[in-house]
Design a protein around this ligand. Sequence first.
Ligand SMILES: Cc1ncc(COP(=O)(O)O)c(C=O)c1O
Length: 414
Amino acid sequence: MKNIKKQDPQVYKAIQGELKRQQEGMELIASENYVSEAVLEALGSVFTNKYSEGYPGHRYYAGQKYTDQVENLAIERAKKLFGAEHVNVQPLSGAPANMIAYSAVLKPGDTVLGMDLSHGGHLTHGHPVTLSAKIYKFIRYKTDTSGKIDYRELEKMARKYKPKLILAGFSAYTRQLDYKKFQDIAKKIGAITMFDIAHIAGLIAGKALPNPVPYFDIVTTTTHKTLRGPRGGMILCKKEFAKAIDKAAFPGFQGGPHENNIAAKAVAFGEALKPAFKIYARQILKNAKVLEQELRKYEFKLMFGGTDNHMVLVDVFGSKGVSGKEAEVVLDEIGITLNKNMIPDDPRGPMDPSGIRIGVPAITTRGMKEKETKMIAKWIKEAIENRMDKKMLKKIHQEVIRLCKKFPIYRNLY
Ligand SMILES: Cc1ncc(COP(=O)(O)O)c(C=O)c1O
């Protein structure tokens, strides 16, 4: 960082501040993680200078020897990780990846069946505030009272609305989906299937969760959550959709791909192919299970009846009389970062909902295991129950910092 330090102290200071925040804070936002130094190096590489509109072997500008190399590497590694027939690594992030996928197979006005936001779905799955909801007609399915997707109801809705696309995927749903049921329902009405695996991509790559790629026509993802790559998106699909997906990405939706980001994706996928990543993915599931059990012991109400993945959704208002926003603020005071979240059919508004979402991918990257997860659950309980006791909050904060220092990250970075 010697150049930036000299040339732009303001930005340098902000980077140093963020580094310290990440080192000393307990990161429990379910969609965040710490990339390796190697991924950071690729992101900060000279590939950022290069325009490479098109695809390897078919670019609009000259000078593509090395961009083709890294993009092909990223594609081949992703294919191997997920057993995919075709991969496009150019989507700039998760939201554009979904938009590209929709536009590849839908016409304006077409119907899509997707998961309701408050039941764990994502904004880009048809929330009225999004552009996609203005272009396509989204019908939203929900979970039942047991917290599972009601597949019989899903089939009824599919038969009634005849969607062109049935969409699976979530950002706060914690249970395993029945891939085959989605496939069967879609087959019955001739719909295309798509699964946005943004949250669980790393768990699938690490073989801790079953691979949905053989069951869905199109699979979209981000690369920066459990997959532990750079901030970005990716689309995997069956061969028959390959041309449409590639055309929809470029020139349909995006311009020049960010090859520095694609180089970083290649590095991250290389890491995910190593045996250690399988151990990481399995540990995420163990930590999440311990978190579920501990929070239940402390009488927190868990949505969807528990977790099969890397996160839990907790109704803090229903269990402790504290809103999601209040809990988020109190936990921030003790150095625990997580986010407020809606619970299914939340009686409260999205800005101050009933729940909090807690995820373990980042703490697992730090090397924290069951013992540390138990400590974290205890601090969450103590802080929420004693939220007015500033002295106590300060004491817990010191303990949180101490634990983070025992599991250091980016020790020799800048
Ligand atoms: C399921 C899902 N899809 C898409 C996205 C959007 O990704 P991005 O923020 O990279 O655009 C997210 C992000 O939280 C997500 O959880």
